[in-house]
Design a protein around this ligand. Structure first.
Ligand SMILES: Nc1ncnc2c1ncn2[C@@H]1O[C@H](COP(=O)(O)OP(=O)(O)OP(=O)(O)O)[C@@H](O)[C@H]1O
Ligand SMILES: [Mg+2]
Length: 247
């Protein structure tokens, strides 16, 4: 069953169509990937689903559990269990890691906080009392954000480039966290241009020039992405794709 359905979604920013007539059905409790080259519109798609200001003036519709969320603010969408982890992890000057995770989880015991930090390979005694600010490295903040998402247990979570700034051993923790989220009932959307991340998904959509060019099992999209996208000198709508999809 689809938990979030996108119907004929078109979004213009500063007069340019960035998302073009997207039709996407994200199945409940699956790991999906939205894959595509730089500038394809992946982050814009996530911001639009989340309802960020500046991304609300779209045509078409977005249905969550069968109901339109078109008129819902970012807070109202968050209350429904929709969450977004940013490509650039946020900083919160003065807020401790412990309180950041507590706020995400709407409460939460010390043992929950310790557990999610440990799952991300972060020693709670070293991190729980630090501030979520510039004294943490980008990779550390990314892992703390992932820990907060584990504590949150969202219904539908979009992770924008979950591997960016993450070292090889920590990537394993991130990938384990995806499986935990799935086991706990979340629907996960991986936004990525990485084949390694794409391999973690059950199902994938290939986005290019703001259009969906292909969808299907992650291994099918992986082959297409590797053969066509990675060698493609990306323009807004590459002609190679038009030829390929018209065949
Ligand atoms: N406010 C804006 N006005 C005009 N164009 C914009 C605006 N915001 C984004 N764009 C353009 O929309 C396109 C999609 O941007 P987006 O950030 O969604 O790409 P992406 O697929 O996430 O890329 P990356 O892999 O580099 O993160 C880009 O060409 C970008 O320059
Ligand atoms: Mg992006």
């Amino acid at each position: 069953m689809g938990i979030l359905e996108v119907r004929d979604l078109t979004l213009k920013l500063n007069g340019t169509s960035i998302l073009n007539e997207l039709n996407v059905n994200f199945w409940d409790n699956h790991i999906h990937a939205v894959v595509g080259p730089n500038g394809a519109g992946k982050s814009t798609f996530a911001y639009t689903l989340m309802g960020l200001s500046g991304y609300r003036d779209y045509t078409g519709d977005i249905l969550f559990e069968g109901e339109s969320i078109k008129n819902l603010s970012i807070d109202e969408r968050a209350k429904k269990g929709i969450a977004l982890s940013w490509q650039e992890p946020a900083r919160f000057e003065g807020l401790t890691v412990k309180n950041f995770i507590k706020a995400s989880a709407n409460g939460g015991s010390d043992s929950l906080i310790n557990d999610v930090l440990n799952k991300m390979g972060l020693d709670p005694t070293a991190y729980a009392h630090r501030a979520v600010d510039k004294t943490l490295s980008g990779g550390e903040r990314k892992k703390i954000e992932m820990a907060s998402i584990l504590a949150m247990r969202p219904r539908f979570v979009m992770l924008d480039e979950p591997d960016s700034g993450i070292d090889v051993s920590s990537l394993e923790n991130i990938f384990k966290a995806l499986q935990i989220l799935k086991r706990n009932g979340s629907t996960v959307i991986l936004i990525t241009h990485s084949l390694t991340v794409l391999k973690q998904a059950d199902h994938a959509f290939l986005l290019c020039g703001g259009k969906i060019y292909d969808k299907g099992r992650a291994d099918k999209i992986e082959n297409f992405f590797e053969d066509k996208c990675l060698i493609c000198d990306h323009k807004n709508i590459p002609t190679e794709f038009e030829t390929e999809t018209n065949k």
